[in-house]
Structures are given as C-alpha cells and as structure tokens.
Design a protein around this ligand. Structure first.
Ligand code: SF4
Length: 382
C-alpha cells in the first residue's frame, strides 16, 4: 500500500518522492552522518567514492543526490532520528541499509572498491564504468552521463581487471548483503570486442565466485553489436539478461542527447539486437532503459510500447541533470509527467506480462521495480 504525505499543497506518495528527490537532490548536512555513523550504511558527504541512498517508507530506495539548493533536506528529528524535510517542514522518517565496511576495502593493488562499483539500496552492486567510453575520443559522449563527466573531470576512475571485479563481487555477497549485480561499462567502437570482454568477465566471475551464488540476477548493460549473434556468447557465459539502452525514443532528441549512440549505432541497430534477444532467448531477457524527462512523454511511451509488445522490458530511470545539461528548452519535467509515465509502464508490464529486473528497495534511480511491485495499486488509480 502506497502511503501518501502532504508536501505543501500537494499530496504525494513514495514513488512521487523518488522522482522529485532524484531530480532535485537534497541537502545532506554532516551532522546527519555523524549521528548515524557506523550504525547504518551512510558515508560522509565528503567521500567522493561512495554512493549513498535513503530508503523511503514502502521500501523505495532513492539515490542521495546532494544539492545544497534543494528544497528537500535530511535532518534529525527531536529524537535524533533521521527524517526528510521539505522547505523546513517534516515529511517522514527515512531509513538506510545496514552498515558495511565495503567502502573501506581496496583491491590487492590498492584500487578502492567504491571507485569501481557502488552499493545501491538493499543489495544491488553496480559496476558503473568497467572500461573507458571510447566516445570521449570523438567528443560524442551522452549529455546525461555522470561516469564520463567524472572521468573527464580528472577523477581518474580505475579500470578494474576481471579478477578485481570477481573479488569485489565475492566480498559484496559475503559481507555487504549483495543479491544483484549490474555490469556497466563505457562504449567500445567495436561491439564484438565488448561482447567478448563481457563473456570473459562472466567466466572469471563464475570461476572465482560461482554465478550460482548470486541470489538474484547478474546482467550487462551493453552497446548493441552490429551482428546481434555476437550477444550469444554473453548469455552462454551466464548473463541473466542484457540491456541495450535506448535512452530516448525520438530520433532528433536521441542525436542531441546521445550523439555517439545515434551516429555510430543508431536506433535501428539497437532495436535489431533487442529483438534478436527476445526472439532467441525469450521474453524478459532483453531490456532497455529510457531516461524519463529527456523527451515528451508521448514519445517515450511509443518507444516503451514498441519494446513491450515484443517481450523486451522497457525500464525507466529518472533524469538526474548533470551540471550544464539543463537550459531553457530542456529541464526536468514535473510530477504529472512522472505520474503518467509510471501509470503507462505499469500498464505495459501487466498487459505484456513483463517482469523488470531489480529487488525491493534496490536501484537508486530506476523506477521499474518500484512500479512493478506496486503495479496493481497503480493501475487501480486510473
Ligand atoms: S555511451 Fe555510455 S559510457 Fe559513453 S557517454 Fe554514453 S552513457 Fe556514458
């Protein structure tokens, strides 16, 4: 049951708040960290290699996107418990995942685990940049990509070896409650190399950790290869699912926000690869994420319906604007957009019997599992 809360004149539920909080961020004063240090999984606001989240009522995990100008803030209530405020008004208490030493760990050669993979919610381990994005060389990176921005800003994100990745997964399962693994990397111009690299990585994980020890799923976000059959090796090596993200359905906006994808791959090649997976491996094996807010809602829903009707799961991430990515023409949408979007995605999941990836209180910015878990309730709101 989705509880509702008053936010000024507006009544909102936890899914509304997830969209608002990812988009607007929240203030995160150090006193909040000091109050719960060591008791929950919350890293210092000054740790650049940690990814924090808050868990809203109803098991909805939200990325803690720090923004000192946000109307939302984390703070302490009269009992010293952490709560969410909006314009200084109390909204509700929030919780955090259990404590872990994950962010103090380093690989054998000194790479911090947090510079390679972050923990999301109650059990997702997300590798965010396994290798560099080659679109940097041609200045064709996506405008919404935080990984590339961090790389180009000199954060010097480490490129892990396959053994590093396996070591981190093993630690995550044994010591940090990890249930689900997301593998994401930068795009390579040669899709065949990317497929082969993922396949080799999965074999290393299986040899060192055992893929059967992953309680939920392991999946790969990949560039769609020119020949879809190259993806077979990734499934053969043990991936539960593969994603080729479209990000944006509208062709012109796609070229504007994801110029490398638009010029080097193109939507038709991405669709060909997604449809190949659905036909060969069955429904729910391919998925593709849209960044909600980058294009008009109607356009995104046309794309989502195209995928869903072919057994491909459309996923939906809330746009977290990067500095400089918004202007007069492009700015994050309002609550109505997100409410209609979640309604439409719930309809698609139900109508086409789709089951998106994710665990409860898992992903920080994707809403697909939150929508799926509340699907019947959302559909009853129509
Ligand atoms: S292709 Fe992937 S890694 Fe490269 S800029 Fe776009 S989203 Fe980031």
């Amino acid at each position: 049951m989705l509880e509702t809360y008053d936010l000024g004149e507006e009544r909102v539920d936890a899914l509304d708040l997830k969209c608002m909080l990812v988009s607007a961020g929240m203030r995160y004063p150090e006193r909040v960290y000091t109050a719960v240090e060591g008791k929950v999984r919350l890293e210092s606001p000054f740790n650049p290699f940690a990814c924090n989240c808050v868990i809203l009522p109803g098991e909805v995990a939200v990325h803690l996107h720090q923004n000192d100008a946000s109307p939302f803030a984390l703070d302490l209530d009269a009992n010293g418990d952490v709560c969410l405020l909006h314009n200084g008004e109390y909204v509700f208490p929030v919780s955090f995942p259990p404590p872990t030493d994950y962010y103090t760990q380093q690989t054998g050669d000194g790479k911090p685990y947090g510079g390679i993979a972050v923990l999301e919610g109650n059990g997702v381990l997300a590798f965010f940049y396994l290798w560099k994005c080659e679109y940097i060389k041609t200045n064709e990176t996506c405008t919404f990509c935080f990984q590339v921005m961090a790389d180009m800003a000199g954060f010097d994100l480490p490129s892990p070896t396959h053994e590093d990745v396996a070591e981190i997964i093993e630690y995550g399962i044994d010591h940090a409650g990890v249930k689900e693994i997301q593998l994401t990397a930068g795009t390579k111009f040669a899709g065949q190399r990317e497929c082969a690299q993922y396949a080799e990585l999965l074999r290393t994980i299986d040899r060192r950790v055992g893929l059967d020890r992953i309680p939920s799923e392991i999946y790969c976000y990949m560039t769609a290869p020119r020949d879809p059959q190259w993806i077979d090796q990734v499934f053969d090596a043990g991936a539960d699912r593969v994603a080729h993200d479209l990000h944006v359905w509208n062709r012109d906006l796609h070229a504007r926000f994801a110029p490398g994808h638009a010029r080097n791959i193109g939507r038709d090649a991405q669709l060909r690869a997604l449809e190949y997976i659905a036909e060969k491996f069955g429904p729910n094996k391919a998925f593709s994420a849209f960044v909600a807010g980058l294009e008009p809602l109607d356009s995104m829903i046309v794309g989502a319906e195209y995928l869903a009707s072919r057994g491909i799961v459309p996923a939906f991430s809330v746009w977290m604007p990067t500095p400089g990515s918004t202007d007069g023409e492009t700015k994050p949408p309002g609550l109505d957009y997100y409410r209609q979007a979640r309604q439409e995605f719930a309809r698609l999941y139900k109508q086409y019997n789709l089951n998106p990836p994710g665990i409860p209180a898992g992903s920080h910015v994707s809403l697909c599992r939150d929508i799926y878990r509340n699907m019947d309730e959302l559909l009853a709101l129509v």
